[in-house]
Design a protein around this ligand. Structure first.
Ligand code: SAM
Length: 217
């Protein structure tokens, strides 16, 4: 059963998140895991000329790619984050648009060598709706890559998530968790030619690792 995403309410949640998450002093950086300098890097994108980051948040990864000469476009739900990140990285040529990712992908006519998400919109969007749209936006041979925390054992599918604190206004969203093999099946069903998914262990034993998922059009 699909869960009832309420996009205006989720926009409010992510705008509240943006207040604490955006750091105007932060420098460009690109890493798939939650541990700086750990795990694979931008090489998973196959040296793209153009990229689209979905749920790009602070835009630091886009800024890193723009510095390497990549045409970097991002989309994010939070108007506040889009304004702050857009202003911060515009001098590097980064373009960031405010939209819900499914709406954006439905109307966008661009083609990208890579579409990616780092703990971003791919985590918070129904894969059965997102993946076919991401596939359509890719140039031939293009890659779709995303990362997020691995599923908690036994907790699969959409997971309700309150904004941190468990007090105050009830703001919530849904994030999607599956075992690696299930992510691969979703991607192949959406028309990707290849799909692979693996867990990058945390630097410290027993700490939370990172799920990385990669598919080729
Ligand atoms: C946990 S943040 C991580 C973002 C990014 N990796 C960063 O470094 O800031 C998740 C981002 O996904 C965005 N997001 C969540 N759901 C979305 C949706 N349906 N469409 C577009 N963006 C979405 C949020 O606004 C938020 O900025």
């Amino acid at each position: 059963m699909p869960v009832p995403h309420d996009i205006p309410a989720e926009t409010e949640l992510w705008d509240a998140f943006a207040k604490s998450a955006f750091d105007a002093e932060a420098e460009p950086s690109f890493h798939w895991t939650q541990y700086a300098g750990h795990g694979p890097g931008a090489e998973l994108l196959n040296s793209p000329e153009s990229v689209l980051e979905i749920g790009c948040g602070t835009g630091r990864a886009l800024a890193h790619l723009a510095q390497q000469g990549v045409k970097a476009t991002g989309v994010d739900l939070s108007p506040r984050m889009v304004r702050l990140a857009g202003e911060r990285w515009a001098p590097l040529g980064v373009r960031i648009e405010q939209a819900e990712v499914l709406d954006w992908l439905t109307t966008d006519t661009g083609r990208y060598d890579a579409v990616y998400s780092i703990f971003g919109a791919a985590w918070f969007t129904d894969p059965s709706r997102l993946f076919p749209l991401a596939r359509e936006r890719l140039a031939p041979g293009g890659v779709f890559v995303f990362s997020q925390p691995p599923a908690i054992p036994g907790a699969y599918g959409p997971q309700g998530m309150y904004k941190g604190g468990f007090a105050g206004k009830a703001m919530f969203t849904y994030r999607y968790s599956y075992k690696p093999a299930v992510w691969e099946r979703h991607l192949l069903r959406a028309g990707f030619n290849t799909a692979e998914s693996w867990i990058v262990d945390a630097p410290e034993p027993g700490h939370i690792g990172t799920l990385v998922v990669r598919a080729q059009a």
